[in-house]
Ligand binder design. Structure first.
Ligand SMILES: [Mn+2]
Length: 357
């Protein structure tokens, strides 16, 4: 297991040398945030980021994310150009020493919350999702709420320009059901995976967050069955997973340690987000600190599953609360994620010593 930490580049409120000071963190999970979705990531820009990260004694082996252009998800003829660009980006990343590239295949929206600043009893704030609120507002209102909630900080996965054309995009998804979206994903993978094999880049899909339909849009990476179907459709170890415990864990029917064991034994988990959350109702949850007692999921059992499959990939702590008056991107402050990184390593050490003796 290699512990890594997400970093948003020069606009991040957290300096790289602070990340370096978190015990056990060996690298950052990065991206180029100024290249529009669908365009090729220039090699020199990737190298500049790599150099910057390596100057601080950290590694840049995981990218999150190279986002997939909407035309690929929609299966439009223009997808060919965007897939060609994706392949060129894969090649450039490979030449810069990157090992894993994360992406997702969620229509229009990336991860979604209804409150980015929910106060908890201890005075910290966290992100919450309540499906009943989504049912009563239109997507434009939701976007406005999210925008306000960020308090001016960057929000990963949310491209405001793109979201301005929302009605038109929704119209285009009218005839895209789960089956069609799945076919478009397979088409993309069939074109890209041979190049991932050639350039030795593991492609890792992030599950849909939350793992159910929103605003009538299809979601296809939400549970063991549909993940299995996706892995088998293009049966290469380069077609793998960025298994996010937080995303999948919002549905209490998902057996998280079981999924780690199952997909781990298939050799298809390349990257994992490990965090906790608290389910508080039907399709309602908020994020919590990482330890087991803070939320719904048993983090010991999750880490034990990773240990037992002999996991050698990358793990990062995921969304944290905002604590100690920190201001920054919701879910991506320094303090709570640093506590998470150390806690997960504590579990790992205890599990490994117990198993060895
Ligand atoms: Mn995640």
């Amino acid at each position: 297991m290699k512990m890594v930490f997400r970093w948003y580049g020069e606009k991040d409120t957290i300096p790289l040398n602070f990340i370096k000071q978190i015990p056990g963190v060996v690298g950052i999970v990065g991206a180029l945030f100024d290249v529009p979705v669908g365009e090729v990531w220039p090699f020199d820009k990737i190298m500049k980021l790599k150099q910057r990260v390596e100057n601080e004694g950290l590694k840049l082996e995981v990218i999150e994310s190279v986002n997939v252009h909407e035309d690929i998800k929609l299966g439009l003829p223009s997808r060919e150009k965007y897939i060609d660009n994706y392949i060129k980006t894969i090649k450039n990343l490979s030449q810069a020493g990157v090992k894993v590239v994360t992406y997702n295949f969620m229509p229009i929206f990336d991860w979604l919350r209804t409150n980015l600043n929910k106060p908890l009893e201890d005075g910290s704030t966290t992100m919450e999702y309540d499906h009943s609120l989504i049912e009563n507002i239109n997507p434009n209102q939701l976007i406005e709420n999210v925008k306000k909630g960020t308090q001016g900080f960057i929000l990963p996965g949310w491209e405001w320009d793109r979201l301005e054309k929302l009605e038109k995009t929704f119209e285009m998804y009218k005839n895209i059901d789960e089956q069609k979206l799945f076919e478009n994903l397979v088409y993309f993978l069939e074109r890209v995976i041979p190049y991932c094999e050639k350039y030795d880049i593991k492609l890792a899909i992030h599950p849909d967050d939350p793992p159910w339909k929103i605003f009538g849009l299809p979601r296809i990476i939400t549970n063991k069955e549909n993940i299995e179907k996706m892995l088998k459709a293009v049966d290469s170890k380069y077609n793998g997973l960025a298994l996010c415990m937080g995303s999948l864990g919002a549905n209490p029917n998902n057996d998280l340690p079981g999924m780690v064991r199952h997909f781990g034994e298939m050799g298809r988990i390349h990257f994992a987000h490990v965090r906790n959350l608290k389910i508080t109702g039907k399709k309602k949850f908020h994020e919590t600190a990482h330890p087991t007692f803070c939320g719904t999921h048993d983090m010991y059992e999750i880490m034990k599953a990773f240990y037992e499959i002999g996991f050698e990939g990358y793990i990062r702590p995921d969304h944290g609360r905002m604590i100690w008056n920190e201001k920054g991107t919701p879910g991506y402050g320094l303090y709570d994620r640093a506590l998470g990184a150390v806690y997960l390593q504590g579990l790992w050490e205890a599990i490994s010593k117990r198993c060895e003796n």
